[in-house]
Design a binder for this molecule. Structure first.
Ligand SMILES: NC(=O)c1ccc[n+]([C@@H]2O[C@H](COP(=O)([O-])OP(=O)(O)OC[C@H]3O[C@@H](n4cnc5c(N)ncnc54)[C@H](O)[C@@H]3O)[C@@H](O)[C@H]2O)c1
Length: 330
């Protein structure tokens, strides 16, 4: 079996690639950025805006995991027009290329943000969605509707996965756990606003990736699944976990004035994924943060080695050229 992963060089996509390889599935990454995390995969460098390239890349492909996107909500806010092209036109290109190649399944990486505007506090895949107030959510919902329309109109089997908030190795530096870890390791205090009781649910990225691989099951064709974390985690708990792991003497936690925790988000049920796919988040917060810290430290060490190699090279380069004495003929 061969799977193509769009966005396979990114945070979640790279872990999806790992999980597929663990199952012996051949993987072709379709991304603008070269995947550097393993070398037993094929790589197709092109944009999802290029339908011709996508169509060629999907030759002999059985399943497509579509994760390429402008995934950072802040970037979507700053570049709405560009983001719309990648997140919406990009998706229809993926579906169209899959249709013409008669791909057996397209699995689409969506988000629990699609529930952001519904009135209910407890939601599942049958909760009717409300018109989105954010552009990012609008692009993700549109892509979901395109997946469903391709399934109904052309018989292209699709599966929509609504991811919770992921964390773990290869995460973007700008998220809360990476920011806290980076500060802690640099000896800076971790700052908590108010009582730190604001909570979120996080899902460890390898658990999320496992959910993607399980979505290849026949039962998942033309279905939607939430893949959200289990535990509610407060900002204070995150800071304290990092402090516990790295040592109380090394990590300071500071509290600054702020509103008491008022963000609850929605209670998103992942019961369908548990029942039908046998999916459950397995990695707890402490273990997940430990794995993230180990990865972060290895990355920083590698960067330091590369920098010192570069310094040596530049030093050699800038030293005066060796002058050779030319023997004068007698
Ligand atoms: N990270 C989150 O918090 C989160 C939460 C829920 C859902 N999602 C969704 O999961 C998916 C993956 O997110 P991520 O966090 O891994 O993002 P990421 O930014 O780490 O990865 C996205 C990948 O897509 C690639 N890409 C971007 N534009 C492309 C183009 N035009 N052609 C080909 N490749 C292109 C990028 O090079 C990158 O490797 C996205 O669809 C995102 O909306 C992310």
């Amino acid at each position: 079996m061969r799977a193509l992963v769009t966005g396979g060089s990114g945070f979640i996509g790279s872990h999806v690639v790992d999980k597929l390889r663990e199952r012996g599935i051949q993987v072709r990454v379709y991304d603008m950025i070269m995947p550097k995390f393993r070398d037993d995969i094929e790589y197709y460098q092109a944009s999802i805006l290029d339908l011709e390239s996508l169509t060629m890349a999907m030759a002999d492909v059985d399943a497509v995991f579509h994760l390429a996107a402008v995934a950072d909500v802040k970037s979507v806010y700053e570049h709405p027009h560009y983001s719309e092209s990648i997140n919406v036109r990009g998706t229809i290109n993926v579906l169209e290329a899959a249709r013409s190649n008669k791909v057996s399944r397209v699995i689409y990486g969506s988000t629990i943000w699609v529930y952001g505007d519904v009135a209910e506090e407890c939601v599942d895949e049958d909760t009717p969605l409300h018109a989105p107030s954010h552009l990012y959510t609008a692009t993700k919902m549109t892509s979901e509707y395109y997946c469903q329309a391709y399934a109904r109109l052309y018989g292209l089997p699709t599966t929509i996965l609504r991811y919770g908030i992921p964390y773990g190795p290869r995460a973007r530096d700008g998220a809360v756990i990476p920011i806290f870890v980076s500060k802690a390791l640099q000896g800076e205090p971790l700052t908590i606003a108010g009582d730190g009781s604001q909570y979120r649910k996080f899902v460890y990225v390898e658990d999320l990736a496992e959910g993607n691989a399980l979505a290849l099951k026949g039962v998942a064709a033309n279905k939607i699944y939430n893949l959200d974390g289990k535990e509610r985690v407060t900002i204070r708990q995150i800071a304290q976990t990092i402090q516990d792991i790295l040592g109380k003497d090394k990590v300071r936690i500071e509290t600054v004035p702020g509103r008491p925790g008022d963000f609850g988000g929605k209670e998103v049920s992942s019961e369908r994924a548990r029942r039908e796919l046998d999916w459950e988040p397995r990695v707890g917060l402490r273990e997940g943060i430990e794995r993230y810290i180990a990865w972060y430290q290895a990355r920083e060490a590698q960067r330091a080695t590369e920098r010192s190699r570069l310094d040596t090279t530049l030093h050699d380069f800038s030293s005066p050229p060796v002058t050779r004495s030319v023997a004068s003929s007698p």
